[in-house]
Design a binder for this molecule. Structure first.
Ligand code: SME
Length: 189
């Protein structure tokens, strides 16, 4: 019997990052099969990716380790229900990304995505709808340092397309302790 945790084990025959990401995607498909709850799926996705990368020598425990992996979600699409004892209407959701399921140390809770005001890698990836690879976070204007040990980062926007329309749900963010931790193989993965 395969336990859920086993899905994050990386077999020894996997030698390249391309093979690693192909393996993770296969494991992810099986892990998410039959489950449609977004909290559950983002939680398991962050855990699967984080622990799979840690099992791969280039990202393994040590000075070039991945140190954070998780999601920021668009609060206007996932509004937080408020229990209001006076039965008043909830206020409108503001333009922010909210910290979602993740693996790693505690991180900043909100990221502003107001056009012209938002800053940081996550806000830029969200607003441009493009994957951003940052080889050196200290050289990235506006980078938000949740952990002073982080040296490089990759952020991927989560884009849902349906009937010719697209909506950006949030971002998937990965951090690394070494400069240049992520490259085009990770971008494709
Ligand atoms: N560095 C990100 C903030 C999120 S933390 O890395 C978890 C940014 O600049 O948006």
């Amino acid at each position: 019997m395969q336990h859920h945790a086993d899905s994050s084990l990386v077999p020894a025959f996997i030698k390249t990052k391309t093979e690693l990401w192909e393996h993770i995607i296969l494991q992810l498909a099986s892990l998410l099969d039959g489950q449609r709850d977004w909290v559950t799926n983002l939680a398991n996705t962050s855990s699967l990716v984080y622990h799979s990368l840690l099992s791969y020598p280039a990202f393994g425990n040590g000075p070039s380790s991945v140190n954070w992996c998780g999601f920021y979600i668009n609060t206007s699409l996932f509004p937080t229900p408020k229990i209001r004892m006076d039965h008043s209407a909830p206020s409108d959701a503001s333009s922010r990304l909210l910290l979602g399921p993740f693996c790693g140390k505690p991180a900043c809770q909100f990221i502003d995505i107001t056009p012209g005001k938002g800053r940081g890698v996550c806000a830029d990836a969200f607003m441009s709808r493009r994957i951003i690879v940052v080889p050196d976070v200290e050289a990235y204007p506006g980078h938000i340092a949740c952990d002073g040990d982080t040296r490089s980062e990759i952020v991927c926007p989560l884009i849902l397309g349906s009937s010719g329309k697209e909506v950006t749900l949030g971002v998937f963010d990965l951090d690394c302790l070494a400069k240049g931790g992520f490259d085009d193989d990770d971008r494709r993965g």
